[in-house]
Design a binder for this molecule. Structure first.
Ligand code: SF4
Length: 393
């Protein structure tokens, strides 16, 4: 099993409790981005397209713990940027584990061998290593030769030390199902605990805008991969119903509040992928975001999205409503032959808004204001008689 049984039980109990108490919107996974700075510049990622002053910002240990207190999600994914560049990261991870949160530390693994001794194996902790396919696929994806080799060496070392390790595999247009299937075989043979996979989201700031998958291609790609995986023992860290969705068998609507993101800007609206605005608190994010304005069919920027940030929570909630359905998919795997579920109409989606520069400018102004030297003490033009006397003394 890709997820330990205790983790499945605790997260399941949390979800059932939210349903029993009729909580309309709740977080399943807290996404934390304590920094944007990275030591790679991947073609399909727009996360590092910020001025240096913003890339130099860090969420503190206390801010990370406060974010957990506010959201209260049972699972936390620490992403970035590259989290291992953050000096306080070992304390952040220890602090979250001490609160009995299931923590996934997402890393490109370039610093993993060097920093591994700062962390201890723990049932609440897992490395989540970015690996977008076989050596040629991954190195092309991260725009640097030799990264696959270093990541795999770090994975093997982490497994030998007793850590839990999953891999995070993002797929782009042109991915060959046979190569992806062979890669999944390979990582299973390495002994990784689970695979997390999704299509790349078309970040508007990503350098390569040509290789993002549309929805139809995504579904066909995952169908072809899962067909090749029939009878194999691939372990995924994701819900079987999310995988069924990727293969085109579920007409799911996005649940962006299922994986809320806290980063150096604040609480990001509406999701991990889209920065359309920022709230000062988790409560404000949940209460004041117009959730219905987002998701496929509602917003142009969401049209081709099939990423777990928005749709895995939908799958988990569906599992609570239809336990027999998830049992069937878990047992037999995603359907790969029958007609696909109908697609959501895009006829009424609202046009994209481009607000990146506006948010960057606001953050830069805030940072500049913080840096300004304190104003000199104010001198009263007309001094009170007593003050004049003091001065004369
Ligand atoms: S569909 Fe949902 S998860 Fe995807 S970009 Fe839109 S709001 Fe975010």
């Amino acid at each position: 099993m890709a997820v330990p049984i205790m983790q499945a039980v605790r997260v399941g109990a949390y979800v059932v409790k939210q349903h029993v108490t009729r909580r309309k919107r709740y977080p399943l996974v807290l996404m934390l981005e304590p920094l944007f700075r990275c030591n790679l510049a991947c073609a399909g990622c727009g996360k590092i397209d910020y001025p240096a002053q913003i890339l130099n910002q860090r969420m503190t240990l206390q801010e990370c713990l406060d974010a957990d207190t506010e959201a209260g999600a049972p699972v936390i994914a620490v992403a970035g940027g590259e989290p291992l560049l953050h000096k306080e990261m070992p304390d952040i991870i220890r602090g979250l584990i001490a609160r009995k949160k299931y923590v996934y530390l997402c890393t490109n693994a370039l610093l993993l061998e060097k920093k591994m001794d700062d962390y201890e194996p723990n049932p609440f902790f897992s490395w989540d290593v970015h690996l977008d396919g076989d050596p040629a696929m991954h190195d092309a994806s991260v725009c640097q030769d030799g990264v696959y080799e270093r990541a795999v060496a770090a994975i093997k070392k982490a497994k030998a030390r007793g850590f839990r390790v999953s891999i995070n595999c993002t797929l782009f247009d042109g991915a060959d199902p046979k190569r992806v299937a062979a890669f999944f075989d390979e990582v299973m043979a390495m002994g990784v605990d689970g695979i997390m996979t999704a299509p790349g989201y078309a970040y508007e700031r990503a350098p390569d805008q040509e290789h993002f998958l549309n929805r139809h291609k995504t579904k066909q790609l995952f169908r072809d991969i899962f067909r090749l995986g029939k009878g194999k023992k691939w372990r995924f860290t994701q819900s079987p119903l999310f995988l069924n969705f990727l293969a085109g068998n579920e007409q799911y609507h996005c649940t962006p509040w299922g994986k809320p993101l806290r980063n150096v800007f604040g609480w990001q609206r509406p999701c991990y992928l889209l920065g359309e605005g920022y709230a000062k608190s988790f409560e404000e994010l949940m209460a004041d975001t117009d959730w219905d304005a987002y998701g496929t069919g509602n917003y142009e920027k969401c049209a081709d999205c099939m990423v777990h940030s928005g749709y895995e929570s939908t799958a988990v909630m569906d599992a609570v409503r239809r336990p027999w359905h998830i049992a069937k998919v878990a047992l037999f795997g995603p359907e790969t032959e029958k007609p696909m579920a109908p697609e959501i109409s895009l006829a009424n989606q609202r046009p994209a808004e481009y607000v990146f520069t506006q948010h960057v400018d606001a953050k830069m102004a805030e940072l500049a204001a913080r840096k300004k030297p304190a104003a000199p003490p104010r001198v009263n033009k007309v001094a009170a008689p007593a003050e004049t006397a003091d001065a004369a003394d």
